[in-house]
Design a protein around this ligand. Structure first.
Ligand code: ADP
Length: 511
């Protein structure tokens, strides 16, 4: 499906909110945030302020009463009462209730606020009420102003007109009385405080909040526009680049700008673009390589077959051998391709078994006997032990075979290939060394890729498809083996891999 078609289809399937531009979404989020903030502010500062205030005052009154009750027999109780009186704005009275008459034993200094005076008759009624409710009561009583001006106020009809707005309009008196008994006798402790309504504070806050609301909305919109354009600009730019990439323009460059995530995305896209470009190049090379590699043996086969058909006496075993060899090459190439695609799709079931790796290498060496005798190659195998490993014997032989094949293909003038088996602790390391032209540092990272060839023109006695090392890599990865290569230009290369050794039997000698 074409990129533009995909985009259209996808954007159609996205609905409502998800189709909105980032800017609109951000404004929405900021407004929502401001809205929630304001709701909380209104709730706590306006609606519940009175209740919170009352709650705190009641708690303060109760704890002060308990504290005095605990210390009522202490010598400096009058000082404590005075400090609670001045510190908390509470009037305090302590009565001795053991005597027949209620006798006042401590009292805080007289207050200007007469509503806080504790009269003996009031104390007596608090005492009775406290007795009934288990020794402690908290009461909320109407203040004088409330009785005077409040709804249905007792004295209201005596005066004409609308009563003035009073600061202490709906103020209430909060009383806490506690009976406390101890070794000396029984006491009544009474504390009174005024709950001043916070109406004027609330009015002030309300006006402030209206201004804050207006400011917040304006700031939210301005801020959202600013932030969104800062965020969305690099995203839009990256998106344009990504569209270019989708159009197979792999030379597009993504600028790392904006926030960390977008910078990382740009960097990832740059890597993706370069990878795609490499893959694209490799794909082109593959077609060139494969067609070349297929054409060469095919030409040979058809050429030799025609010669044998048309020219009498040319139907020799040597010519037939060429046809057979070339057919084998073709078949190997196709097998390699199939193997690699299976390995890369990860659907090769590994046939894990314990086998002697050393023997396996020796077997591979026997295949090169002809090469050694006819082309003067020197193949050495250095090993001190017989080592058993557990793995897929067939696949691992393929790895060793591919590495030796490459070493022969790219061997230097000395035509020497050395295979070393090194046992270290419970690990066995196989090294395949040649003294050929080596591999450039820049090419080293690519040689494990499919179809990669350093020297595109290089053709050797043994056919190379550019797949050998890729197969090696995939098999070793499936075995979770470590592998790598050391190479120096002009000096040669050493390819190696390491496997867990399951058994090691020592023997001195080399093949
Ligand atoms: P090929 O079939 O072309 O050898 P490989 O995947 O086996 O494909 O190797 C990839 C490339 O790595 C080769 O084309 C070659 O350029 C380089 N290479 C592999 N082995 C050696 C080696 N021993 N010495 C030098 N270059 C090598």
């Amino acid at each position: 499906m074409k990129h533009s078609e995909y985009n259209k289809k996808n954007s159609k399937s996205r609905k409502g909110w998800s189709r909105l531009p980032l800017k609109v979404k951000l404004i929405g989020f900021f407004l929502l945030f401001a809205f929630l903030l304001l709701i909380f502010l209104w709730l706590f500062q306006i609606v519940f302020l009175d209740d919170f205030y009352k709650l705190i005052k009641t708690y303060q009154l109760k704890t002060s009463t308990s504290y005095i009750s605990q210390n009522v027999e202490e010598e400096r109780i009058d000082e404590l009462i005075e400090s609670i009186h001045t510190g908390n704005g509470m009037s305090v009275a302590v009565y001795d209730t053991d005597s027949d008459f209620f006798s006042l034993i401590y009292e805080s200094r007289a207050d200007r606020d007469m509503g806080l005076d504790i009269m003996p008759h009031q104390a007596y009624s608090y005492y009775n009420a406290a007795k009934e409710s288990g020794g402690k009561i908290t009461l909320e009583s109407e203040s004088f102003t409330e009785a005077f001006f409040g709804e249905g106020g007792a004295f209201r009809e005596d005066f004409r007109g609308e009563p003035p707005k009073m600061d202490r309009e709906a103020s209430k008196i909060l009383v806490c009385a506690q009976i406390t008994e101890n070794s000396e006798g029984e006491y009544l402790i009474v504390l009174k405080t005024r709950i001043t309504p916070v109406t004027s504070t609330v009015d002030t806050l309300r006006i402030q909040l209206v201004i804050i609301t207006a400011l917040l909305v304006v700031f939210a919109v301005v801020f959202a526009i600013g932030v969104s354009s800062k965020i969305s600009k690099p995203i839009a730019k990256t998106n344009e680049g990504a569209k270019e990439l989708a159009r197979q323009n792999y030379h597009v460059h993504f600028e790392a700008e904006g926030c960390k995530e977008i910078c990382e995305l740009s960097e990832t896209l740059n890597v993706a673009a370069s990878e795609l470009s490499t893959v694209d190049n490799l794909r082109r090379e593959l077609i060139a390589n494969i067609s070349h590699d297929l054409r060469t043996p095919l030409t040979m086969i058809s050429g030799y077959a025609e010669v044998m058909r048309d020219i009498p006496g040319e139907n020799t075993p040597e010519n037939l051998q060429v046809v057979i060899d070339e057919s084998r090459r073709l078949s190997e190439l196709v097998t390699d391709l199939l193997d690699l695609s299976k390995l890369e799709a990860q659907n090769v079931p590994l046939n894990i078994e314990a086998f002697c790796l050393t023997d396996c290498i020796r077997e591979i060496f026997t295949r090169y006997a002809k090469l050694i005798s006819q082309q003067n190659f020197v193949l050495e195998f250095a090993s001190d032990e017989d080592v058993w490993v557990s793995g897929d014997k067939l696949r691992l032989s393929q790895v060793i075979y591919n590495l030796i094949n490459n070493a022969i293909n790219y061997a230097g003038d000395d035509k020497t290939v050395i295979v070393r088996q090194i046992v270290n602790d419970d690990k066995v390391r196989i090294e395949v060394e040649d003294h050929g032209k080596g591999i450039d540092k820049e090419d080293l990272q690519y040689i494990w890729d499919r179809y990669y060839r350093v020297d595109k023109e290089h053709r050797s006695a043994v056919i190379g498809s550019g797949l050998g090392l890729s197969i090696v890599k995939n098999v070793l990865l499936l075995h979770k083996a470590r592998f790598g290569v050391r190479s120096a230009l002009g000096k040669g290369s050493t390819f190696w891999f390491e496997l867990e050794a399951s058994e090691v039997r020592s023997l001195k000698g080399s093949l």
